[in-house]
Design a binder for this molecule. Structure first.
Ligand code: AMP
Ligand code: ZN
Length: 664
C-alpha cells in the first residue's frame, strides 16, 4: 500500500470513530487504540507534508492562534426568532400563516438550544469556514476554533449538496461545564456563571488549543443554500444527520397546533433530563415551499416561532445565612433554605455570591424568598417577598471575621468577595491547598485522596504540602480506613511526585490566579522557581499574557517568609523546581519578540513541528499577517492572497530552508 493510501485510510478510520463517538454517542474503539492510530497518522503526516489536508483529524487538537477574527458577510442572513409564550400566541401565529399560504400546514417542532449560534459553510463536502452570527448580517470567522469541536464534521458522508450553509448552536453540556468549573475552583479562579456565556466566550478564544480542551458540542437545525433539493424541514434534519451532523432526535412533526402544544408540554417537564440547556421550543412551518411564500419580516422569519419556557421559580423560607471559606480564603455566603422542589430537584441551598448581592436585594434571615433555576446551575435568589417579611426582621450584618479561624476579613478594592487573610493558619485554606497540591492536574499523588488530607491536617500530622514528604508509614497507619497496603501506596505515591515536572509543581503550589496555563507560561519563560522569586511585577507583566493581577499575586506569594520556607523544604526533598536539562537543550531565545506567520506545505518539517520550533526558540506563531508580523515562512502551495498581503505590508517572506538556517 502506498504511503498516501495509508494516510488516507487512517484519516477515514479516525473520522468514522470520531463520528461514532461524538455524534452517535456510541464508541467503537477504546481511547487508547484511538490515540495509537492518531499518533501513527501524526507521524506519517509529519514525514509527508506533501499530503497535508486542512481537514485531517489530527488538526482537531488545535494550536492555531487567531489574533483578530476576520469579519465575514453572511451569504444568507442569520435571522432572529419571534417569541411566543402561550397557546393564544401560537393560535394567532397560525391565523397569520393561513392568510398567506394555501393548503394544510404542518410543523416541525425542535428544541431551542441555548448556546451561541454558528453558521458553517461546506463546499464539496468539506468544511470551508465557520462564522458567528454577529449582527445577523456579518459575523466573525472562527473556523480554527470550530474545527476543534469533534461533533462538527470536517468532511461529510454520503450525498450532499455541492455548497450550502448549515446553522446550529454551539452548546456546553452541563457535565463538561461542571468539570471546567471544578478545575477553575481548584486553580483559585471564579467559576463560570452559566454554560451559554462560556460557550460563546469559547468561540472567541485566541488559542484554538484552549478551545479544543473545552467539551463543546455543535447541534444543527437548519440548512440554507440554492437548489438544495429538500422539500421539508423535517426531511432536511434527516439529511443533515445522514451527512454526519449532530441533530438531536427530539425533533417531531406536528400536524396541528394542538400537537405542537403536546410537544411543548412534554419538553417543559423533560427538558431537565437533557444533557444541555434549552430555553424553549422552535416551531417551523414544515413545507419549504410554504416557508418561501411566507418569507421574512425585518427581523425574523414568518415561518418560525420560538416558544419560551417560563424560568421555574418557587418561593420558600430562608432559614439561615452561613459562610463558606474556600481554598483561597474567599468567603461565599450561602442561603440555607426550607427544602423545596424546583425543576425536578430538591433545593436546600442557594449561593448568595457576595456582600453586595445581599445588600442589593436586602436579603435577611427569616425572609420568604423567590428562588429561580434559570441558566445557572446553582439556584439563585432573585427577590424577597417583602409582603411576608416578619415584623421583627433585622438587616443582615455581613460577617467581619472568618467563621473558621476568627481572623478579621479583608476586602481588596475591585474584589467582589471578602477574604480570610490567615493564609497559613485557617483550616479550610490549609486543607484546600494541600488537596489542590495532590490533585490530578497538579502533583497527581496516587494513593492519597482529599478526605485523607483533611484527616492528616486535623490529626496535626501535616500543616502544609511540604510536610507530606516527611510522613512515615506508621504515622498514617492509625488513620481511619488505612491499612498496611494503603499506607504503603500513599508513601510511594508521595515519593513518586518528586519526579513531576516543574510547570506542574508551579501550578500545584497554589499561587492565586496561577492556573495550569499560566504556570506553563511562567515555567517556560523563567525556567526555574528561583528566577520567578526574583522577578518584579514589571518583569512579570512583560511576559506574554501575564497581567497585573497575576503578577501582583506571584510577587505577594513569594514575599511571604512562610512560603519561602515551604519552597525551601520542597527543594530539600528533591522536587523539580526548574525546567529539566533535556527540555532546556532544545530551547533558545533566537526568535524572541518576533511574530511569525507560517503558510503552505513544508518539506523537511511538518507545520506543527515548525510552529513548535518557533515557540521553543522564543517566537510567537500568529495565524494572520498584519503590520506587526516580522516574517512569513512560506512553504509550497501558499495561498496567493497571503503573499499579496505580505508584500503590500512589506513583511519579509522567507523559505523553509532559510528559516531552519536562522536557527542553526
Ligand atoms: P433569539 O436569540 O432569542 O432571537 O433566538 C434565535 C436564536 O435561537 C437563533 O439565532 C438560534 O441561534 C437559536 N436556536 C436555538 N435552537 C434553534 C432551533 N432549533 N432552530 C432555530 N434557531 C435555534
Ligand atoms: Zn480563616
Amino acid at each position: 500500500m502506498s504511503i498516501q493510501q495509508k494516510i488516507q485510510d487512517l484519516r477515514n478510520e479516525l473520522r468514522e470513530h470520531n463520528y461514532n463517538y461524538y455524534v452517535l454517542d456510541n464508541a467503537t474503539i477504546s481511547d487508547y487504540e484511538f490515540d495509537v492510530k492518531l499518533k501513527e497518522l501524526q507521524g506519517l503526516e509529519a514525514q509527508h507534508p506533501e499530503f497535508y489536508d486542512p481537514n485531517s483529524p489530527t488538526l482537531r487538537v488545535g494550536g492555531e492562534v487567531t489574533k483578530n477574527f476576520n469579519t465575514i458577510v453572511h451569504e444568507h442572513r442569520m435571522y432572529s426568532l419571534d417569541n411566543s409564550y402561550s397557546k393564544e400566541d401560537l393560535l394567532d401565529w397560525e391565523k397569520r400563516i393561513k392568510k398567506l399560504v394555501d393548503g394544510e400546514v404542518y410543523y416541525t417542532c425542535e428544541l431551542k438550544y441555548d448556546g451561541a449560534s454558528i453558521s458553517l459553510t461546506y463546499e464539496n463536502g468539506n468544511l470551508l469556514r465557520a462564522v458567528t452570527r454577529g449582527d445577523g448580517t456579518q459575523g466573525d470567522e472562527v473556523t480554527a476554533n470550530i474545527k476543534t469541536i469533534k461533533s462538527v464534521p470536517l468532511q461529510l458522508k454520503g450525498d450532499f449538496p455541492p455548497k450550502f450553509d448549515i446553522r446550529g448552536e454551539i452548546v456546553l453540556p452541563f457535565e463538561g461545564f461542571n468539570k471546567m468549573n471544578e478545575e477553575r475552583l481548584e486553580a483559585g479562579e471564579e467559576p463560570y456563571r452559566n454554560p451559554r456565556n462560556t460557550a460563546s466566550g469559547s468561540l472567541k478564544l485566541q488559542d484554538s488549543a484552549e478551545v479544543a480542551k473545552r467539551p463543546l458540542e455543535c447541534l444543527l437545525y437548519n440548512i440554507t443554500g440554492h437548489n438544495l433539493g429538500f422539500n421539508t424541514q423535517f426531511e432536511t434534519l434527516d439529511k443533515a444527520r445522514q451527512m454526519g451532523f449532530k441533530v438531536p432526535d427530539a425533533a417531531k412533526l406536528a400536524t396541528s397546533i394542538d400537537e405542537v402544544l403536546e410537544f411543548i408540554a412534554y419538553w417543559d417537564v423533560h427538558r431537565h433530563d437533557l444533557p444541555y440547556e434549552t430555553d424553549g421550543v422552535v416551531i417551523k412551518v414544515n413545507n419549504l415551499q410554504q416557508q418561501e411564500e411566507l418569507g421574512y419580516t425585518a427581523k425574523a422569519p414568518r415561518w418560525a416561532m420560538a416558544y419560551k419556557f417560563k424560568a421555574e421559580q418557587v418561593s420558600t423560607r430562608l432559614n439561615e445565612i452561613t459562610y463558606q471559606v474556600g481554598r483561597t480564603g474567599a468567603i461565599t455566603p450561602v442561603a440555607n433554605l426550607e427544602p423545596v422542589e424546583l425543576a425536578g430537584t430538591t433545593v436546600k441551598r442557594a449561593s448568595l455570591h457576595n456582600a453586595d448581592q445581599i445588600e442589593k436585594l436586602d436579603i435577611r434571615e427569616g425572609d420568604e424568598v423567590f428562588v429561580e433555576k434559570g441558566g445557572e446551575i446553582i439556584p439563585k435568589i432573585i427577590a424577597v417577598d417583602m409582603s411576608k417579611r416578619p415584623v421583627n426582621s433585622v438587616p443582615t450584618q455581613y460577617i467581619t471575621h472568618c467563621p473558621e479561624c476568627q481572623t478579621e476579613l479583608i476586602r481588596q478594592e475591585g474584589d467582589a468577595k471578602h477574604y480570610c487573610p490567615n493564609y497559613n493558619g485557617c483550616n479550610p485554606q490549609i486543607i484546600g491547598r494541600i488537596q489542590h497540591y495532590i490533585s490530578r492536574k497538579a502533583m497527581d499523588i496516587e494513593g492519597l485522596g482529599g478526605e485523607t488530607v483533611a484527616l492528616l491536617v486535623n490529626e496535626g500530622l501535616i500543616s502544609n504540602y511540604s510536610d507530606l514528604y516527611t510522613l512515615k508509614k506508621d504515622e498514617v497507619m492509625p488513620l481511619e480506613r488505612m491499612a498496611e497496603k494503603s499506607a504503603e501506596n500513599l508513601i510511594n505515591g508521595i515519593e513518586a511526585s518528586k519526579q513531576i515536572p516543574f510547570e506542574r509543581v508551579l501550578f500545584a503550589i497554589g499561587i492565586r490566579y496561577v492556573g495550569e496555563t499560566v504556570a506553563k507560561k511562567l515555567a517556560k519563560h523563567y525556567k526555574s522557581i528561583d528566577a520567578i522569586v526574583e522577578a518584579t511585577v514589571e518583569d512579570l507583566v512583560s511576559v506574554d499574557e501575564i497581567g497585573d493581577r497575576i503578577a501582583d499575586s506571584v510577587v505577594e506569594f513569594f514575599a511571604s517568609e512562610e512560603n519561602k520556607t515551604i519552597i525551601q523544604k520542597l527543594r530539600n526533598h528533591g522536587l523539580q523546581l526548574e525546567v529539566s536539562a533535556d527540555k532546556l537543550a532544545n530551547q533558545t531565545d533566537k526568535l524572541k519578540g518576533l511574530s511569525i506567520v507560517v503558510s503552505g506545505v513544508f518539506e523537511t518539517v511538518s507545520r506543527t513541528e515548525l510552529k513548535k520550533l518557533i515557540e521553543d526558540n522564543g517566537g510567537k506563531v500568529s495565524s494572520s499577517i498584519s503590520s506587526k508580523t516580522n516574517f512569513l515562512v512560506a512553504g509550497d502551495k501558499m495561498g496567493p492572497s497571503k503573499r499579496t498581503k505580505a508584500e503590500t505590508l512589506g513583511v519579509e517572506i522567507i523559505t523553509e530552508k532559510d528559516f531552519l538556517l536562522k536557527l542553526k
